[in-house]
Design a protein around this ligand. Sequence first.
Ligand code: ATP
Ligand code: MG
Length: 336
Amino acid sequence: SSTVLSVKNLNVTYKTATFDVEAVKNVSFELHRHEILGIVGESGSGKSTIALALMRLLPNNAVITGEASLYSRDGSRIDNVLTLPEEELRRIRYRWGKISIVFQGAMNSLNPLLTVKDHFIDTAQAHGIDKEEALKIAADLLRSVRLEPARVLRSYPHQLSGGMKQRVMIALALMLNPDVIILDEPTTALDTLTQRQILELIRDLRKERDVGIMLITHDLSVVADVADKVLVLYRGYVMEIGDVYTVYSRPYSPYTLMLINSFPAIGKRIIKLKPAGITATTNNRGCPFINRCPFASIECADADMNLIEVEPGHFSSCIKANLIQQQVAGKVMASE
Ligand code: ATP
Ligand code: MG
């Protein structure tokens, strides 16, 4: 399937009064239609920053460089996603029309005083769609997120369960039929059963709708459940990227290995992982994982963190990727 979003060398730095936070470092990836790209990383690794950069919703203290192109199904190609002036973004309905997002924690941001119907009408009217049309679209969308329109449209947020609210948020994000949808921690606040149902819905959307989906999570098992590809992020750097099954069964980055190790549901690890004891002050040089890495050696302090293709379609930024894979081969067992 075709590329819908291409991101090259994305960097985001937050300027603060006292210091700069380099939140996203040279991140590149491609997203295809009908594909789910999982972005995983621990808290603070830059996941939401990537999302906000692509939405062009970063705060004013953020400095952004890099390139991103979006290929819309209407045949248009937006090459300067990261620099397009605000008025142009509006004119082409970039936000919500080309790319939309369900924000982290969004289901709690529904207005308690408004019914679901009001939410749909407000969103539609903000984009010049009239009320009647809005209600038709809303009913279709609610059905596609497996909600009963008649009942849900007249409900207030407090009358809906967490899972239902999340479905409403997803439906709202789909209102202008975007080419790309970003889901930032869509299952985090939900109980296990509801979580599973939302993931099933996301899987269905990927099949049924002509979109590319970016699924942001700190939970490796969520990615294992639904994503096609995974991008592993650590302190703003892409540590590894590739097909989910390939990355989980043959991780070429020690950081990925460590993540998998800490999720027993996904893989069983046999070898012990203890930091090698290399300490380096990673002041914007070298591998950010050096101090915690079991395989680190002194040359890692100078690593350039460029992605190396370790097998077709599978990239790692670890300079010792091949050596590590040889050492762990056969000792990592993916559960599926
Ligand atoms: P989480 O899993 O907790 O949501 P995340 O991976 O989404 O984390 P980001 O929110 O993208 O991480 O933050 C990346 C880094 O940028 C963090 O160090 C964070 O403290 C910093 N940061 C985020 N927003 C700002 C801001 N407005 N000003 C300064 N620093 C910021
Ligand atoms: Mg976040």
